[in-house]
Design a protein around this ligand. Structure first.
Ligand SMILES: C[S@@+](CC[C@H](N)C(=O)[O-])C[C@H]1O[C@@H](n2cnc3c(N)ncnc32)[C@H](O)[C@@H]1O
Length: 218
């Protein structure tokens, strides 16, 4: 069952997808991969997670939904268009220009995975939704030469999730404290919530700088 957050991520991916292949790195439930497999949007969907337990649970659902008819091949359950791999995202090599999702993981894990990726990274689009350390992620992206395509926020009940679409082929700069996200008046509630959260830690000198920067958008 897709949550509001996952439905919004899917919409963003549909809007910005490039290439023939889709990777959901740190997929856990494989729900996004299952959606794109059913939609036939990509010629190949890869679901990757380091947790064997998570993939076993996902695999049982995929079997019930008749998406897998094969006998499991070791731990790598494959059919021609949907592949579930038990591995760490940082060990991946992209075969082709692709669209990649990294969502629901910490900012440091996300940047470690991005750093480790090799292959057709330069030509791919990344949809990123770290659940913390947003400044660290944006700074890392800027340093590595990524450019900003879209920056938004998804609300699911009382929770907010930042989402960045980035590519190495894009030139728009990535500001460490955010840019497009704050220019969108639909994100005002999140902006106020974010400033309030930062104000709870007044001893952090960077928080004071971020709050000062954000004032121009309020
Ligand atoms: C909270 S779930 C997020 C699931 C999904 N991406 C989402 O947004 O709903 C986090 C998942 O990240 C996986 N994970 C964490 N670090 C990883 C890594 N380095 N490589 C692959 N998977 C990882 C965990 O095993 C877990 O299943």
């Amino acid at each position: 069952m897709l949550s509001t957050r996952l439905k919004s991520l899917i919409q963003i991916i549909e809007q910005h997808a490039v290439g023939e292949e889709f990777y959901d790195i740190a997929c856990d439930h494989c729900l996004v991969g299952e959606y794109f497999f059913n939609e036939n949007r990509f010629s190949k969907v890869y679901c990757i997670d380091q947790s064997r337990k998570a993939l076993e649970i996902a695999f049982e659902r995929l079997k019930r939904n008749n998406l897998y008819s094969q006998i499991p091949d070791g731990f790598f359950y494959k059919n021609s268009a949907l592949e579930i791999n038990h591995e760490k995202g940082e060990n991946l090599t992209l075969q082709k220009k692709s669209t990649l999702l990294l969502a629901g993981i910490g900012g440091h894990t996300l940047t470690r995975i991005l750093d480790g990726l090799s292959g057709e990274k330069n030509f791919s689009h990344f949809v990123l939704s770290p659940h913390n350390d947003h400044v660290h992620v944006r700074r890392f992206l800027a340093q590595k030469g990524f450019g900003l395509i879209e920056e938004s926020v998804v609300q699911d009940k009382e929770h907010f999730y930042e989402v960045y679409v980035v590519s190495m082929a894009e030139r728009a700069p990535i500001h460490p404290y955010g840019s497009k996200i704050w220019q969108n008046p639909n994100n005002t509630s999140y902006l106020r919530y974010y400033v309030e959260k930062l104000s709870r830690y007044p001893n952090s000198s960077e928080n004071a700088l971020i709050i000062e920067y954000l004032k121009q958008f309020i």
